[in-house]
Design a protein around this ligand. Sequence first.
Ligand code: NAD
Ligand code: USQ
Length: 404
Amino acid sequence: PTGSLSSNGAGTRVMIIGGDGYCGWATALHLSARGYEVCIVDNLCRRQFDLQLGLDTLTPIATIHDRVRRWGEVSGKHISLQIGDICDWEFLSQAFTSFKPNHVVHFGEQRSAPYSMIDRQKAVFTQHNNVIGTINVLFAIKELQPDCHMVKLGTMGEYGTPNIDIEEGYITINHNGRTDTLPYPKQGNSFYHLSKIHDSTNMLFTCKAWKIAATDLNQGVVYGVRTEETMADPLLLNRYDYDGIFGTALNRFVVQAAVGHPLTVYGKGGQTRGFLDIRDTVRCIQLAIDNPASKGEMRVYNQFTEQFSVNQLAEIVEREGKKLGLNVEVTSVPNPRVELEEHYYNAKHTKLVELGLKPHLLADNMIDSLLEFAVAYKDRVRHELIKPAVDWRKTGVKVNTMGA
Ligand code: NAD
Ligand code: USQ
């Protein structure tokens, strides 16, 4: 497959850390299809979390080796593979020295807020894995590849839900007659979201101190599963999480509707977030690569296309599900998280659009096709995995195996 957003990446070397995951796999294929030279780095810990907790993706996914081999056959393009942990400096430095990336796209973190709230061990793992991994990438750029541009996945959750407009990364404040432009205040709502804040702080410091070029993409909640390339062959199919730990709001609601499970709105459902289609995730990454930060600069983009409350998402899925003959009910379950359930939310998201992003909006036909996709795989759904599984108030020191 080739495709839209036509820039030709010929010769540009892009290392994709976390390239076996949901966003990373789709991005690796999107860039490879467009002529970028891609190397996937991943330690496969996401697959390990499923084994650890007894979870599974809706879609059957091939091993990373089979995925990459099949991509070579389907597209004629080679993706190189380095299996290892970026917290292991010896591994990461060798991966950098051998591949010599022009850009490193860093998706490779533990990304579930509920996972980070299971127990002390998983909170510490999340912050260690994410913060130390990112510090290692920053050292690798400084020591081994100083002209390499870093594209880092942050999260809209770094800002929390303040009672004022959310800017893109920085805010100009007038205080006691003096004015400065400062990093936007951060308020994370889980040990996971907090790890992203720590990453952003470490990146900003090293951009100043070592003249690193970095783009921090504060991404909203991603939905969808199909991209042109991941649908080109069954072995290229992406993962799709719907469980109570890794499944995200809209993807969960769609699977719930497909199997006749009431949609699980947490609490009052006024929680509002930014959302985007996975087809836009891959395009945003390409835009960030094609328009790199300059040395010493830390760019911050808010990477989402539309904002919705959880209640609005449930209404859309209910309406579209009924049109397809599904019996969709919406229910409010006690909120397992500690978060505002009714709040002001207005987050800017113009910078990626200015660079050329043409969003795929959550039009009704998107929900239709996602529902049809979920219905096609509904025999693989394990109902017991759907319930919310982690209570923010009950995080303890005990190692919790989720009753498996
Ligand atoms: P994912 O868990 O599907 O993929 C992450 C990948 O990184 C996995 O394949 C995992 O094995 C790998 N990884 C983790 N730690 C690693 C390490 N130490 N060394 C090497 N590899 C490691 O997650 P995703 O949904 O694709 O998210 C990717 C990134 O985007 C994350 O940083 C996440 O915080 C961010 N993000 C995701 C969403 C979303 O809705 N999925 C939204 C906003 C931001
Ligand atoms: N929610 C429900 N019902 C559900 C699942 C979630 O009401 O069944 C609510 C949550 O309480 C929350 C909102 O939906 O208020 C979003 O939850 P989520 O699980 O979809 O997303 P979140 O935990 O914030 O994390 C996901 C990704 C994470 C990424 C983040 C972007 O897992 O990696 O950083 O989205 S953001 O939300 O912008 O911070």
